[in-house]
Design a protein around this ligand. Sequence first.
Ligand SMILES: Cc1cc2nc3c(=O)[nH]c(=O)nc-3n(C[C@H](O)[C@H](O)[C@H](O)COP(=O)(O)OP(=O)(O)OC[C@H]3O[C@@H](n4cnc5c(N)ncnc54)[C@H](O)[C@@H]3O)c2cc1C
Length: 462
Amino acid sequence: MPNMSLEKVKMPEQEADVRNKNFKEVALGYTLEQAQEEATRCLNCRHKPCMNGCPVGVPIPEFIQHVAEGDIEAAYQTIKRENALPAICGRVCPQENQCEGKCVRAIKGEAVGIGRLERFVADYHMALNKEEKVEIEKNHHKVAIVGSGPAGITCAGELAKRGYDVTVFEALHETGGVLVYGIPEFRLPKALVAKEVDNVKKLGVHVETNVIVGRSITIDELKEEGYEAIFVGSGAGLPRFMGISGENLNGVYAANEFLTRVNLMKAYQFPDHPTPVKISEKVAVIGGGNVAMDAARTAKRLGAKEVYIVYRRGEEELPARKEEIHHAKEEGIIFKLLNNPIAIHGEDGWVKSMECVEMTLGEPDASGRRRPVEKEGSEFLLEVGTVIEAIGQSPNPLIRQTTPGLETQKWGGIIVEEETMATSKDGVYAGGDVVTGAATVILAMGAGKNAAKAIDEALNKQ
Ligand SMILES: Cc1cc2nc3c(=O)[nH]c(=O)nc-3n(C[C@H](O)[C@H](O)[C@H](O)COP(=O)(O)OP(=O)(O)OC[C@H]3O[C@@H](n4cnc5c(N)ncnc54)[C@H](O)[C@@H]3O)c2cc1C
C-alpha cells in the first residue's frame, strides 16, 4: 500500500537564525528511514508523468522503487544511467517546475520529494567512497569542450563513455562553472561539486584549467590541433547593469562578481578566514531571481544587518525558486517588492543611498508578465552602503568575436539546431547558457547530452 500522506517527509535543516551566520549547508538531507518513507509516497504510475518533466530523462519511478526497497546502490546506478551529476541536481534543480511539477501526487497535496530522494541516493553512494572501475574502449577521435560548467562536463562525460578522447578547456582555475563560482556553499558545497567532476574525470576526461578559448587559443586553432568536434559550453557570465546613475561608485557590485569573490576567494570561510569582500551594514540587492536570493543570503552571512531585495514586480512574479524565497525570508532578508531603483547616490566615492520609485502592475507585456508602471511622485531613498545588481547575464562576446562563421543572436547567444546543438560552423556545437541565456543546470546538462549524441553520430559516420 502506498503511503498516502499529503505532505513530503520533512527534510531536516539548520535553524534560520543559526544558518544565516554560517556558510554550512542549509538543508541536511534525509536519513535512510526518512528516504524510504518518502519513497513509499510514489504511486509508480504506469505513464510516468514525472519523467516527461526531466530534461535528461532520469527513470524516476524506477529509482524511487529501489529506494523504497532499501537498495540504494541500485537506485544510484539507475539515476547515473541518465544523469552524471545527481548530487548537484538533487540540490539545485527547480523540481517544482519539472519532475515534481508533473507528479500525480501534487494534484492533491505535495508532490513526491523527487529532488530530496535524488540527493539522498547520491550522498549515500558518495559516503560509501567506492572505487568505481571503468573500462572504456577508446575510439581515438579527439573532441574539445569549452567550459567546465554543467553543459561542458555532461557533454565530456557522455563522449568519454563512448570512447572519445576528450579535453575540457576551462578559463578559470577551478572546474564546475557557476556550480562553483556562482551558487553559494550553503546551497551547494564545493567539495561535492569537486567529487562529481572527479567522477567525470575518472572516465578519462582531461581538463585544462586557465585556458581562455578565444584568447589563449581560438576555436579554429583547436581544429588545426586535430580536434574533430568542439562543444562550446561557455555559459552566460557577462553581467547586465541597470544603466542608472551612480553605478560606478565604490560599493556597487554585479552579483556575478560579488559571488565569485565570495566563492573563489574563500570569503565563504568567514569568519574563520578574512573576507576579501567589503560589505556595509545595509545592503540592497536588485533583482528577484535565484542569483538575487543567493547574493542577499550571502551578504547576510558576511555580517550585513539589513539586506533588502529590491524588485520591480510583485511576489507572484518573483522568478526565484519558491524554496529559495522561503529560505531567504526565514533568514531575515527584507523584500521591497514593487520598487524600482532609479539612481545610486554617493559620498566620497562610496555608495550612500539608493533612490527608488514605487511601482504598480499594468497590462501583461510580451513575456506574459504584467508590466511594472511607476507611481508618480513615490520616489524615496533607501539608506544602503552596498548595492548588488542581479538583473541578468548574457554570454561573454570573446568566442563569437574570435570565431569567424559562428552565427549568434543579437543579444549574443550562439544559434544552434534544436536537436543536434550544431552551430553554423562546421564541427562546432554549443549548449547551455551560451545558447539559451541564463537558464538552469538541468537544461544545460540536457543540451550537453544532446550535443554528445549528435557529435557521436557525426563522427561515427566518417
Ligand atoms: C548565482 C546563481 C545561482 C543559480 N542557481 C541555480 C539553481 O538554483 N538552479 C538551477 O538549475 N540553476 C541555477 N543557476 C543557473 C545555472 O547555474 C546555469 O544555468 C548553469 O550553470 C549553466 O551551465 P553552463 O554549463 O551553460 O554554464 P556555466 O555554468 O556558466 O559554465 C561555463 C564555464 O565556461 C567557462 N568559460 C567561459 N568562457 C570561456 C572561454 N572563453 N574559454 C574557456 N572557458 C570559458 C566559465 O569559466 C565556466 O566555468 C544559477 C546561476 C547563478 C549565477
